[in-house]
Design a protein around this ligand. Structure first.
Ligand code: CA
Length: 221
């Protein structure tokens, strides 16, 4: 999933970026509130990890601006200020969850998984569709009960499609999911990954809707 990370602390930002990438996300990291606004206006993220104390524009203001535009993407706030007031302010401004620094990277990733589940309308921790199952906690994928070994990008692509079974995603939308800034996108990268996935999961696992995109059906083929 494509995640926007907003954190001005270089050491913490580094660790967070690495931890989120480790969990299989494509991560864009910005260090102030104005850059966060720009990123949110131009890219399509699955979730935002937002520090509250930021240069140029406070995290709370970034969050209020986002919610004023009725954007519903999940936001997890990070606060160094362990006061109840701060957390209440953040939740009232539209945050979906929060963590107080210092926190554990494993907990951050688990909370993100929960937010992404809810956003995808899939309350069960393991995603299932079309004879496939995908567990975001362990990144295990099963096809007809057999474990399948996927590359990081193949996994990310399948995760994006299985987040909303029955809903087609265009090539451009899939590229948004798969690539952070600065990552080079091959001109037919998505087609190549789809080809690999079909080889590993079965030819019918992912359907092509001509002129629209790709879809994982709700029911087994
Ligand atoms: Ca800060």
């Amino acid at each position: 999933m494509r995640i926007l990370l907003v954190e001005d602390d270089a050491l913490l930002g580094d660790a967070l970026e690495a931890g989120l990438k480790q969990a299989g996300h494509a991560v864009d990291w910005v260090r102030d509130g104005i850059r966060a606004d720009t990123a949110l206006a131009t890219e399509d993220y699955a979730a935002v990890v937002l520090d509250l104390g930021l240069p140029r524009k406070d995290g709370i203001e970034v969050l209020r601006g986002l919610r004023a535009k009725k954007r519903s993407l999940p936001v997890l706030i990070l606060t160094a200020r362990d006061t109840v007031d701060d957390r209440i302010k953040g939740l009232d401004a539209g945050a979906d969850d929060y963590l107080v620094k210092p926190f554990d990277l494993g907990e951050l990733n688990a909370r993100l998984r929960a937010l992404l589940r809810r956003a995808g309308g899939q309350p069960a921790p393991v995603l299932t569709a079309a004879g496939l199952s995908l567990d975001p906690a362990t990144r295990r994928v099963l096809a007809q009960g057999q474990e399948v070994d996927l590359s990081a990008k193949e996994y990310a692509l399948l995760h994006a499609l299985m987040q909303h079974p029955g809903r087609a995603l265009s090539r451009a939308q899939l590229e948004q999911h798969l690539y952070a800034w600065g990552e080079e996108i091959g001109s037919n990268a998505v087609e190549v990954y789809i080809h690999h996935l079909r080889r590993k999961l079965g030819a019918d696992a992912i359907r092509t809707l001509r002129g629209i995109g790709y879809v994982v059906a709700k029911e087994a083929p």
